[in-house]
Design a protein around this ligand. Structure first.
Ligand code: ATP
Ligand code: MG
Length: 193
């Protein structure tokens, strides 16, 4: 069996454009429908295919061993994957602890953002931390301003703050029309985690 090799069908002028004018974008996937993290990981897959290095920082509590984290391990030389959710309680009584966890996670984001080896960096569920005021949007915008000009940044999570939307180059809102949870189906491996 011969391996399937993708044919590059990009129009020529598109290719030249990509090389000459590459500008790092700030991209946001928000909204209440499923697909925000999936879209970010899809973009990572595409970037890896261009031999870019990708870094992912997840601001979530790691209840589940996810498929994406397992896959990233097999790509460790090209994809860095940091799960920073362990310290979060998401509990108003532990606000100080959650702020400290958010600061630690944001410090990791800044590390990978300033590291020019990564052409694509993904801050998964960062919006959530902003929503709960564990981190200020001003501080995040300040960090993003200092990023290397060609680095693409993807931020995911419901309820993206307006200031981040204003600063972004691309914002997509996932809108729920139907979700299997509504029919009582549980999260499934390979689809949800
Ligand atoms: P995914 O990781 O599947 O792309 P997401 O990043 O858009 O989802 P999150 O808000 O991060 O959505 O939710 C994480 C988990 O909740 C996933 O297991 C996802 O399938 C599930 N989920 C996402 N959207 C919904 C929804 N509208 N109703 C119920 N469950 C959802
Ligand atoms: Mg998500």
């Amino acid at each position: 069996m011969t391996a399937w090799v993708p044919e590059d069908r990009a129009p020529r002028e598109h290719e030249e454009h990509a090389v000459a004018d590459r500008k790092g974008l700030l991209m946001i996937y928000t909204g209440d429908g499923k697909g925000k993290t999936t879209a970010a990981l899809g973009l990572a897959f595409r970037a890896l295919g261009r031999n870019y290095r990708v870094a992912v920082v997840q601001f979530i509590k790691g209840q589940w061993k996810t498929g994406e984290a397992a896959m990233a391990k097999t790509l460790a030389d090209r994809m860095a994957f940091f799960i920073m959710g362990d310290g979060f309680t998401w509990d108003t009584k532990n606000y100080e602890q959650d702020v400290a966890s958010a600061r630690r996670a944001w410090a990791k984001c800044l590390d990978v953002l300033m590291d020019e080896r990564y052409q694509v960096v993904i801050f998964d569920e960062l919006n959530y931390v902003l929503k709960y005021n564990f981190l200020s949007v001003e501080e995040v915008l300040e960090g993003l301003k200092r990023k290397p000009p060609r680095t693409h940044v993807v931020i995911t999570g419901r309820d993206a703050p307006q200031a981040l939307i204003d600063a972004a180059d691309l914002v997509t809102e996932m809108r729920q029309i139907k979700h299997p949870y509504q029919a009582g189906l549980k999260a499934q491996p390979g689809v949800d985690y």
